[in-house]
Design a binder for this molecule. Sequence first.
Ligand code: ZN
Length: 180
Amino acid sequence: MRRILGTQPAHAPRVYGARRGRDRLTKDRRSWNMSRIRGKDTTPEKRVRSFLHRLGFRYRLNVKIPIAKRTSHPTSPVPLRGGVRGGFVRPDIVLAKHKTVIFVHGCFWHRHRGCKNCTTPTHRRAWWLKKLEGNVARDKLHQRALRKLGWRSVIVWECQTEKPKTLEQLSRKLAKLLGA
Ligand SMILES: [Zn+2]
């Protein structure tokens, strides 16, 4: 555990004050955000998998769950490109025995409301808003489709995995939820 935590990149400093009102994310911080969404084995995911493993849960990764194809979200203000692409959802972690899936969401990309990491770049703000709200709409669509098939979706936010204390709370919550 300590080894995993040790490899965690530190938060890049955020810019306040002088550039107030401008893009508050520094370049470093933004590229770090980007690296997190791109990589398949993001660190928050690894941490969640690590405690699930310790709790004795067996899970599978990269499982495609087929869902009904739709062209758009009925209540989404944002058109979803192609709706649910390919007609499947690939959650980060699948606990088939518990009919539960876990999504480990980045706070920036999936808009963790009220979270300090849920920022909106001011440069090309409209473009970013459309993109980020599109992600949120797609997440809802996926969860709804899974729920219809009897799957329970659990959302874990990146920030919940960053400190040992919150990770511990998360671990207990999940254990309870899964009946460990
Ligand atoms: Zn967050």
